[in-house]
Design a protein around this ligand. Structure first.
Ligand code: DQA
Length: 142
């Protein structure tokens, strides 16, 4: 099986971006851990980061994956286009947030994405991505 992991805007700055909120791991560190775990579980993993909404929509529309893992970052709270793309492809998807979006500013509590994904992991740091990788085969066969 194949997973696609999408990281949204500003996540390329992880490690230096608000480390008190997002931790000290860089995106490369996180991607290495995702790939290592996927290999162990015999899952093919592709990772992609973009700061552009349209590029994220294009990536979601690809037919090259079975399960989507996505941290839409700030687009979580604004993007009907990303929500519609996930709904349109109709494949299992897991929404991941490094921080607990329900515990922060009011505007972060609303996710346009959560209504179209299989589940959401929020507030467990980079570990959330690894839990999502582990869950992927289970939600695919459901
Ligand atoms: C985030 C939470 C969002 O509110 C924020 O805009 C991000 C990162 C997280 O991973 O905690 O950029 O998705």
């Amino acid at each position: 099986m194949k997973i696609l992991v999408i990281h949204g805007p500003n996540l390329n700055l992880l490690g230096q971006r608000e480390p008190d909120v997002y931790g000290s791991m860089t995106l490369d560190d996180i991607n290495s851990r995702i790939k290592a775990l996927a290999k162990e579980l015999e899952i093919e993993a592709a990772v992609f980061q973009s700061n552009s909404e349209g590029e994220i929509v294009d990536a979601i529309q690809q037919e090259t994956y079975d399960v989507l893992i996505i941290n839409p970052a700030a687009y979580t709270h604004t993007s009907i286009a990303i929500r519609d793309a996930i709904a349109a492809v109709g494949r299992p998807a897991i929404e991941v947030h490094i921080s607990n979006i329900h515990k922060r500013e009011e505007f972060r509590k609303r996710s346009y994405i959560s209504g179209v994904v299989t589940g959401q992991i929020s507030g467990l740091g980079a570990e959330g991505y690894l839990l999502a990788v582990q869950a992927s085969p289970k939600i695919l066969n459901k």
